[in-house]
Every structure is written in C-alpha cells, then in structure tokens.
Design a protein around this ligand. Structure first.
Ligand SMILES: NC(=O)c1ccc[n+]([C@@H]2O[C@H](COP(=O)([O-])OP(=O)(O)OC[C@H]3O[C@@H](n4cnc5c(N)ncnc54)[C@H](OP(=O)(O)O)[C@@H]3O)[C@@H](O)[C@H]2O)c1
Length: 331
C-alpha cells in the first residue's frame, strides 16, 4: 500500500511517500481502506518530536519527552506512519469484532498515528459511523480539530443560551468548529477574532460579530463583557482579558501544560483552575456525527492535498495560517 512515513524527527521534509506492506488486523481490530486524514498539532509533534511552542512554565521539554514516548521512540518515532484522524470503509474484521461489518463506513482518531496510509488496522473501540451527509474526505476533516472545541465547551466552560462567547483564533481548524458549536449547539452570542482575510468566512459560519485583530487591541477597546473567552491559539492570557471578562466569566486557553493529552486549561475570575484532556473517543465522534447530520456543525476545509503531497500539507498547517482544516485525500 501507499503510505507516508517518518523515520526520524524533523521538518516536514523528513516525511517520505513509500510503498509498504498492508497491515494485518489483530483479533480485536478491523482493517479499513482509508480515504482521508487531516492535519493537527499532534501530527506536527509526531513528526517533529518537539513540544508545541505554546507550552510554558519551562515544561516544554518534558512535554516533548512525553510526546516522543507516546509515539514509541526517543531517538526516532517507532510508529512510522503519521496521521491521526481517519475515514474509510471496513474491508476485513478480526475474529473478536462483533459490532462492525465489512462495508461499514467509519471515521475516528488513532492516537498512535497510522492514518497517512491506504489501509490501517485499528481496534474496533475507536470506530464511529461516518456522518452520512459528508464525503469521506470531508469527514476526515472532523477528527482532531473538533475535539478541542468539544472539550472546551462540554467539559470546561459550557455556554448558556444567550451568553457572550469570544473565540480567539476563530478562523483556524479548531476555531471554525468552536464558533459553530457555541452558536448552534449552545445558543451563545458569538464573537470571533481572526485576521483581516478571514472576517467574511467567520461570519459565514455563524459568528454574530467578528473582530479583526489587526485593527487594534480589542482587550482594551471592546465594550462587551464576555461570559466565556476561549483562546484557541493561546495568544492572550487572563490578565490581558480581565477587562473584557464578566466578573463570573471563564477564560479558557488550550495551552497544554502537563502532557500532550492535556489540551485545555481554564482560569476563571476567581482563580479556579481545571484541565481538560483530549477526547477523540468513539463516543465523542458519535456526538459530532449527530451534530453534523443535524446540520449544526460542518467542517470548514481550507485545502485538500493528495497523499503524495503530505510534505506540502504539513508545511501549510505549520504556517499557522490555515482557514479551517488541512486535509489529505487518499484515493
Ligand atoms: N488541532 C489540535 O488537535 C490541537 C490540539 C491541542 C492544541 N492545539 C493548539 O491549538 C492551536 C490552534 O490549532 P488549530 O489546529 O486550530 O490551528 P490552525 O488551524 O493553524 O489555526 C491557526 C489560526 O490562528 C489564527 N491566528 C493566528 N494569530 C492569531 C491572533 N493573534 N489572534 C487570533 N487568531 C490568530 C489564524 O488566523 P488568521 O490567519 O486569520 O490570522 C489561523 O486561522 C495551535 O496552537 C495548536 O498548537 C491544537
């Protein structure tokens, strides 16, 4: 099968498009013909072996070490095939798998990578039904980017109907899901913060107001008091946002602080501190499928690259200028 592998940590150029053996599913696994994957931070970490730039308190190196171990190697990744999110069709099932059949269309997320390949063997517990109103490539844009937005609003700061919610980084992979969830699932009044070229797009996915961050410091000029500030891109902090946060409001940042799984933390006005772990479980993917099929949430896709151009897809994502999700199509 065709796959994209990395045999050492480094820049996108370490990725190689190769022909390798198809995996054999174990008894608890299914083999899927995978048609797509999308890029997120974990892919950068899998390939780069380094902690995200946003890690702070001097623990970046520890996060990096944890990441290397989670991909099974200190000097080079043991899991060579990159890619977490997948979407495809089951072509065979292990003998202990009873809940899925050949021909089922599925999507989900593999924490151990393996999705930049035509076929992947994956334990059946990680599978959810593909949203019926999306193509394989569209559905591949959901795992990864949607989960941090889901965690932020489900586990850390749930908007009440009519709450004012500010989403900083509204035009990126996570932000485009966050805007739609805050608006269409929780009924919040949403303000998105993005750069000048993305204002119309952020309006088009449901933001009531959009702030162009190039026009000045909104933390000093905005006259709205927000009940929730979700800083998807970790460019602000609680003290800078204090003036625009309601007295009982909640500031949520996705600065990973203790482990790669620890994607969000919150600090409220009264200094309550909580963290939220990545949830890419089948149950989370089922929730997203329901929201997508109900027309409440849809992936915003910036660009689709063929598998052979995975290097370019990683470079594009790493530029930090994605308008929604960067997807890889596996014909
Ligand atoms: N994806 C994941 O699974 C995941 C998990 C944990 C943590 N994270 C972290 O979450 C962050 C966002 O991830 P992502 O996948 O959404 O990234 P992304 O798709 O690359 O989005 C980046 C977005 O950030 C916007 N942006 C840049 N500077 C900004 C600023 N000063 N104010 C407001 N918006 C700004 C850009 O918008 P403009 O072009 O309009 O400026 C761009 O649309 C990353 O730092 C990542 O490390 C991601």
């Amino acid at each position: 099968m065709k796959a994209v592998i990395c045999t050492k940590f480094g820049s996108p150029k370490v990725l190689k498009y190769v022909e390798i053996e198809k995996p054999e599913p174990k008894d608890n696994e299914v083999l899927i013909r995978n048609f797509g994957t999308s890029i997120n931070t974990v892919d950068m970490l899998h390939r780069g072996g380094k902690a995200p730039k946003v890690a702070f308190f001097g623990i970046g190196r520890l996060v990096g070490l944890g990441l290397r171990l989670s991909f099974g190697g200190l000097r080079k990744p043991k899991q060579k095939i990159v890619g977490g999110g997948f979407c495809g069709e089951i072509v065979s099932v292990g003998k202990n798998v009873t809940d899925w059949n050949v021909g089922d269309q599925v999507y989900g997320y593999s924490e151990k990578g393996g999705a930049c390949a035509e076929f992947m063997a994956i334990p059946s517990e990680f599978l959810a039904k593909k949203p019926s109103n999306l193509s394989f490539v569209e559905a591949a844009a959901v795992p990864g980017g949607s989960s941090p937005a889901l965690i932020a609003f489900r586990d850390l700061a749930t908007p009440k109907e009519g709450d004012n919610v500010l989403i900083i980084g509204a035009s990126g992979g996570i932000g485009t899901f966050a805007v739609q969830m805050a608006k269409n699932i929780y009924g919040a009044k949403v303000t998105g913060v993005c750069g000048p070229t993305n204002v119309e797009m952020v309006k088009s996915i449901g933001a009531d107001h959009v702030i162009d961050y190039s026009k000045g410091d909104y933390t000093k000029t905005s006259d709205i008091k927000y009940d929730i500030i979700l800083d998807v891109v970790s460019v602000q902090n609680l003290s800078k946002c204090k003036r625009i946060l309601a007295s009982d409001g909640t500031y949520v940042s996705n600065n990973p602080i203790s482990s790669p799984r620890n994607v969000f933390h919150i600090i409220t006005g009264n200094k309550q501190f909580k963290t939220g772990n990545a949830d890419e479980s089948a149950a989370a993917m089922e929730t997203l499928r329901e929201w997508i099929e109900a027309g409440k949430v849809k992936p915003v896709i910036d660009k689709v690259y063929p598998l052979i151009d995975t290097v370019k897809a990683h470079e594009h994502y790493e530029s930090g200028r994605s308008k929604g999700r960067v997807v890889i199509s596996i014909e």
